[in-house]
Design a protein. Structure first.
Length: 247
Protein backbone atom coordinates (compact mmCIF):
# COMPACT_ATOMS: atom_id res chain seq x y z
CA UNK A 1 0.00 0.00 0.00
CA UNK A 2 1.39 3.34 -1.00
CA UNK A 3 1.13 5.95 1.69
CA UNK A 4 -0.62 9.16 0.76
CA UNK A 5 1.79 12.04 0.25
CA UNK A 6 2.10 14.29 3.26
CA UNK A 7 1.39 17.97 2.88
CA UNK A 8 4.39 20.21 3.36
CA UNK A 9 4.33 22.05 6.69
CA UNK A 10 3.03 25.56 6.43
CA UNK A 11 5.59 28.12 7.63
CA UNK A 12 4.05 31.44 8.49
CA UNK A 13 5.79 34.80 8.70
CA UNK A 14 5.43 34.90 12.48
CA UNK A 15 7.25 31.57 12.74
CA UNK A 16 10.29 32.77 10.83
CA UNK A 17 10.47 36.53 11.30
CA UNK A 18 11.60 36.89 14.90
CA UNK A 19 15.31 37.27 15.61
CA UNK A 20 16.84 35.08 18.30
CA UNK A 21 18.58 38.10 19.81
CA UNK A 22 19.19 41.79 19.20
CA UNK A 23 22.32 43.57 20.44
CA UNK A 24 21.72 47.27 21.14
CA UNK A 25 24.08 50.18 21.74
CA UNK A 26 23.43 53.91 21.69
CA UNK A 27 25.46 57.12 21.48
CA UNK A 28 24.22 60.33 23.06
CA UNK A 29 24.91 64.03 22.63
CA UNK A 30 24.89 66.90 25.09
CA UNK A 31 21.65 67.74 26.87
CA UNK A 32 19.97 71.09 26.14
CA UNK A 33 21.20 74.04 28.21
CA UNK A 34 17.98 74.28 30.22
CA UNK A 35 18.41 70.66 31.34
CA UNK A 36 22.01 71.36 32.33
CA UNK A 37 20.91 74.43 34.32
CA UNK A 38 18.22 72.39 36.06
CA UNK A 39 20.81 69.80 37.05
CA UNK A 40 23.11 72.54 38.33
CA UNK A 41 20.27 74.08 40.31
CA UNK A 42 19.40 70.79 41.98
CA UNK A 43 22.82 70.52 43.62
CA UNK A 44 22.57 71.21 47.34
CA UNK A 45 25.36 71.46 49.90
CA UNK A 46 25.03 70.11 53.43
CA UNK A 47 24.06 72.83 55.91
CA UNK A 48 27.14 72.29 58.08
CA UNK A 49 29.63 73.04 55.27
CA UNK A 50 31.72 76.19 55.46
CA UNK A 51 31.08 78.79 52.70
CA UNK A 52 34.47 78.18 51.06
CA UNK A 53 33.80 74.43 51.03
CA UNK A 54 30.39 75.00 49.48
CA UNK A 55 31.79 77.14 46.67
CA UNK A 56 34.62 74.72 45.97
CA UNK A 57 32.31 71.71 45.76
CA UNK A 58 29.67 73.67 43.81
CA UNK A 59 32.27 74.50 41.16
CA UNK A 60 33.44 70.88 41.00
CA UNK A 61 29.86 69.62 40.72
CA UNK A 62 29.11 72.11 37.94
CA UNK A 63 32.18 71.00 36.00
CA UNK A 64 31.22 67.34 36.38
CA UNK A 65 27.61 67.94 35.31
CA UNK A 66 28.71 69.81 32.19
CA UNK A 67 31.35 67.22 31.28
CA UNK A 68 28.78 64.43 31.66
CA UNK A 69 25.84 66.29 30.09
CA UNK A 70 25.39 63.43 27.60
CA UNK A 71 24.27 61.23 30.52
CA UNK A 72 21.35 63.45 31.56
CA UNK A 73 17.85 62.19 30.81
CA UNK A 74 17.27 65.05 28.37
CA UNK A 75 20.36 64.34 26.27
CA UNK A 76 19.46 63.27 22.72
CA UNK A 77 20.14 59.81 21.35
CA UNK A 78 22.25 60.35 18.24
CA UNK A 79 22.23 56.80 16.90
CA UNK A 80 21.27 53.26 17.80
CA UNK A 81 23.21 50.26 16.54
CA UNK A 82 21.23 47.01 16.39
CA UNK A 83 22.60 43.60 15.38
CA UNK A 84 20.53 40.43 15.28
CA UNK A 85 21.53 36.90 14.34
CA UNK A 86 20.67 37.83 10.74
CA UNK A 87 21.42 41.50 10.09
CA UNK A 88 22.92 44.71 11.40
CA UNK A 89 21.06 48.03 11.20
CA UNK A 90 22.41 51.45 12.17
CA UNK A 91 19.67 53.97 13.01
CA UNK A 92 21.14 57.43 12.56
CA UNK A 93 19.18 60.37 13.99
CA UNK A 94 21.68 63.06 13.04
CA UNK A 95 20.67 63.53 9.39
CA UNK A 96 22.87 62.55 6.47
CA UNK A 97 26.29 61.34 7.60
CA UNK A 98 28.05 61.89 4.29
CA UNK A 99 30.12 59.20 2.56
CA UNK A 100 30.07 56.17 4.82
CA UNK A 101 30.87 52.50 4.40
CA UNK A 102 30.10 50.12 7.24
CA UNK A 103 30.93 46.59 6.17
CA UNK A 104 28.01 44.28 6.91
CA UNK A 105 25.79 47.14 8.09
CA UNK A 106 22.74 48.86 6.66
CA UNK A 107 22.49 52.55 7.64
CA UNK A 108 19.12 54.27 7.92
CA UNK A 109 19.36 58.05 8.36
CA UNK A 110 16.66 60.27 9.80
CA UNK A 111 16.46 64.05 10.26
CA UNK A 112 16.15 63.92 14.05
CA UNK A 113 15.83 61.75 17.15
CA UNK A 114 12.05 61.42 17.03
CA UNK A 115 11.96 60.18 13.43
CA UNK A 116 14.80 57.78 14.18
CA UNK A 117 12.97 56.29 17.17
CA UNK A 118 9.81 55.82 15.13
CA UNK A 119 11.79 54.02 12.44
CA UNK A 120 13.57 51.84 14.97
CA UNK A 121 10.28 50.94 16.69
CA UNK A 122 8.74 49.82 13.40
CA UNK A 123 11.78 47.64 12.68
CA UNK A 124 11.87 46.09 16.16
CA UNK A 125 8.17 45.26 16.08
CA UNK A 126 8.64 43.30 12.85
CA UNK A 127 11.94 41.63 13.78
CA UNK A 128 11.46 40.66 17.45
CA UNK A 129 8.96 38.86 19.65
CA UNK A 130 8.59 37.90 23.32
CA UNK A 131 11.41 35.34 23.00
CA UNK A 132 13.99 37.64 21.40
CA UNK A 133 16.88 38.25 23.81
CA UNK A 134 17.83 41.89 24.37
CA UNK A 135 21.62 42.20 24.70
CA UNK A 136 23.95 45.07 25.47
CA UNK A 137 26.92 46.14 27.57
CA UNK A 138 25.45 47.91 30.61
CA UNK A 139 22.15 47.78 28.75
CA UNK A 140 20.05 47.53 31.92
CA UNK A 141 21.40 50.66 33.58
CA UNK A 142 22.06 52.87 30.54
CA UNK A 143 20.87 51.99 27.04
CA UNK A 144 17.36 50.76 27.85
CA UNK A 145 16.45 53.53 30.33
CA UNK A 146 17.75 56.15 27.87
CA UNK A 147 15.82 54.65 24.96
CA UNK A 148 12.59 54.31 26.94
CA UNK A 149 12.87 57.85 28.27
CA UNK A 150 13.41 59.20 24.76
CA UNK A 151 10.26 57.46 23.51
CA UNK A 152 8.27 59.08 26.31
CA UNK A 153 9.77 62.53 25.59
CA UNK A 154 8.63 62.22 21.98
CA UNK A 155 5.26 60.72 22.98
CA UNK A 156 5.95 57.61 20.94
CA UNK A 157 4.72 54.12 21.75
CA UNK A 158 7.49 51.77 22.80
CA UNK A 159 8.09 48.73 20.59
CA UNK A 160 6.81 45.62 22.33
CA UNK A 161 10.23 44.17 23.12
CA UNK A 162 11.38 47.33 24.94
CA UNK A 163 8.40 47.70 27.25
CA UNK A 164 9.51 47.17 30.87
CA UNK A 165 8.00 44.04 32.38
CA UNK A 166 7.97 43.41 36.11
CA UNK A 167 7.77 39.67 35.51
CA UNK A 168 10.96 39.66 33.40
CA UNK A 169 9.16 37.95 30.52
CA UNK A 170 11.35 39.62 27.87
CA UNK A 171 14.71 37.80 28.11
CA UNK A 172 17.72 40.06 28.55
CA UNK A 173 21.48 39.64 28.86
CA UNK A 174 23.72 42.43 30.11
CA UNK A 175 27.23 41.44 29.02
CA UNK A 176 28.81 43.68 31.67
CA UNK A 177 27.03 41.87 34.48
CA UNK A 178 27.49 38.45 32.89
CA UNK A 179 31.24 39.00 32.48
CA UNK A 180 31.64 39.12 36.27
CA UNK A 181 30.77 35.41 36.29
CA UNK A 182 33.80 34.81 34.05
CA UNK A 183 36.38 36.91 35.91
CA UNK A 184 37.94 36.62 39.36
CA UNK A 185 39.66 39.96 38.84
CA UNK A 186 36.51 41.91 38.02
CA UNK A 187 33.75 39.93 39.71
CA UNK A 188 33.24 42.56 42.44
CA UNK A 189 33.64 45.62 40.21
CA UNK A 190 30.75 48.06 40.00
CA UNK A 191 31.31 48.64 36.29
CA UNK A 192 33.53 46.97 33.68
CA UNK A 193 34.27 48.75 30.41
CA UNK A 194 33.84 47.08 27.04
CA UNK A 195 37.55 47.43 26.26
CA UNK A 196 38.42 45.58 29.48
CA UNK A 197 36.23 42.64 28.49
CA UNK A 198 37.64 42.57 24.95
CA UNK A 199 41.17 42.47 26.35
CA UNK A 200 40.28 39.68 28.78
CA UNK A 201 38.78 37.56 26.00
CA UNK A 202 41.42 38.39 23.37
CA UNK A 203 38.95 40.09 21.04
CA UNK A 204 40.81 42.33 18.58
CA UNK A 205 39.46 45.85 18.25
CA UNK A 206 40.14 48.32 15.44
CA UNK A 207 42.50 51.03 16.61
CA UNK A 208 40.36 53.91 17.81
CA UNK A 209 41.38 57.43 18.70
CA UNK A 210 38.03 58.32 20.26
CA UNK A 211 35.95 57.13 23.19
CA UNK A 212 32.36 57.59 24.27
CA UNK A 213 33.33 60.82 26.02
CA UNK A 214 34.32 62.31 22.65
CA UNK A 215 30.94 61.67 21.00
CA UNK A 216 29.20 64.93 22.08
CA UNK A 217 32.14 66.98 20.78
CA UNK A 218 32.20 65.06 17.51
CA UNK A 219 28.49 65.71 17.14
CA UNK A 220 28.92 69.44 17.72
CA UNK A 221 31.66 69.47 15.09
CA UNK A 222 29.53 67.56 12.56
CA UNK A 223 31.62 64.36 12.48
CA UNK A 224 28.60 62.10 12.16
CA UNK A 225 30.31 59.27 10.27
CA UNK A 226 32.91 58.83 13.01
CA UNK A 227 30.16 58.45 15.60
CA UNK A 228 28.36 55.79 13.57
CA UNK A 229 31.58 53.83 12.98
CA UNK A 230 32.42 53.98 16.68
CA UNK A 231 28.95 52.71 17.56
CA UNK A 232 29.14 49.86 15.05
CA UNK A 233 32.50 48.74 16.46
CA UNK A 234 31.02 48.59 19.96
CA UNK A 235 27.98 46.59 18.81
CA UNK A 236 30.17 44.09 16.97
CA UNK A 237 32.41 43.69 20.03
CA UNK A 238 29.41 43.19 22.33
CA UNK A 239 28.00 40.59 19.95
CA UNK A 240 31.26 38.63 19.96
CA UNK A 241 31.47 38.83 23.77
CA UNK A 242 27.94 37.46 24.05
CA UNK A 243 28.65 34.61 21.65
CA UNK A 244 31.79 33.62 23.53
CA UNK A 245 30.15 33.62 26.95
CA UNK A 246 27.00 31.81 25.79
CA UNK A 247 28.73 29.30 23.47
Amino acid sequence: MIAAPQAAPVVTLTQTAAARYVVLDIETGDAPEDAIQAALGSWKAPKNWKPETVEKNRAEAAEKIRSKAALLDASPILCVGARTDREAIMFNGMGEAGPLELSGWSVRSYPDEGAMLAGMAAWLDTQTDADTILIGHNVRAFDLPKIRGAFVRHRLALPACLKPRTDGSQPMTDTMSLFKSFSMEHRDAFAVGLDVVCTAFGIPRPKQVISGDDVPRLHREGHFAEILIYNAIDVDATTEIYRLMMA
